[in-house]
Write a protein that binds this ligand. Structure first.
Ligand SMILES: [Zn+2]
Length: 220
């Protein structure tokens, strides 16, 4: 691969968004990504490095019986896709149930560096991949979480995303950040997918959405 263009981080105007670094998305967890635990240490170093004045995190946080769980739908298996409110909904294994060990923020990351933690997926009837907006609800809307407003109020222009899962919550968060007007980067090497066969499509969808795909080594 060609050497990456250096990306300058303007410390005052840039936010790092750490997506869903929770045990359920790591090996042995309820909804494991491929190699999710590999990004714990490098994300921890980046959070601690002082390169970003603003650090936000997201936490998938579902009530038991959440609509995104296959177990909530008679006769359905995890990873089947159903139509929900006119859109595709992947049915997941039960994961990130509020208060469970698998839903906790990973114990080896320096959360004291994060100024805000946005919990998502709390509405029993609506999924939420993105840290910025829920998935579609019964009214065909995607209600905001408030993260975009928070970042704007803090003077943030550039957002850098890392975490899990590359093909769902990181992707949707990045696309929403770009749509909300932020200059948006995904730190690809600090993400891991549920399904590696999604990688090419994720990359092209991000690029089409105006998101810059780069790696943490390119940060200058
Ligand atoms: Zn979830």
């Amino acid at each position: 691969m060609a050497a990456q263009q250096p990306v300058r981080v303007d410390r005052e105007r840039a936010a790092l968004i750490v997506v869903d670094m929770q045990p359920d998305f790591m090996e042995g967890g309820a909804l494991a990504t491929v190699g999710g635990s590999e990004v714990v240490e490098p994300i921890g170093r980046l959070m601690a490095a002082g390169r970003f004045q603003h650090i936000a995190a997201t936490q998938d946080w579902h009530p038991a019986g959440h609509i995104s769980f296959a177990s909530s739908h008679e006769g359905r298996e995890p990873f089947e896709v159903i139509e929900l409110y006119g859109h595709d909904q992947v049915l997941w294994p039960d994961h990130c149930v509020q208060g469970s060990t698998g839903a906790a923020l990973h114990e080896r990351l320096p959360w004291d560096r994060a100024a805000v933690i946005v919990r998502k997926g709390e509405d029993p009837a609506v999924d939420s991949y993105s840290g910025f907006r829920n998935n579609w609800n019964a009214d065909g809307e995607r209600p905001a979480t408030g993260l975009a407003g928070y970042l704007r109020d803090r003077g943030v222009h550039d957002v850098f995303l890392c975490g899990l899962a590359r093909d769902f919550c990181v992707k949707w968060s990045a696309e929403d950040a770009a749509e909300a007007g932020f200059n948006t980067y995904v730190l690809w090497d600090l993400t891991r997918p549920v399904d590696t066969s999604n990688d090419d499509g994720v990359r092209s969808d991000l690029t089409d959405a105006g998101v810059h795909v780069t790696d943490s080594v390119a940060l200058a």
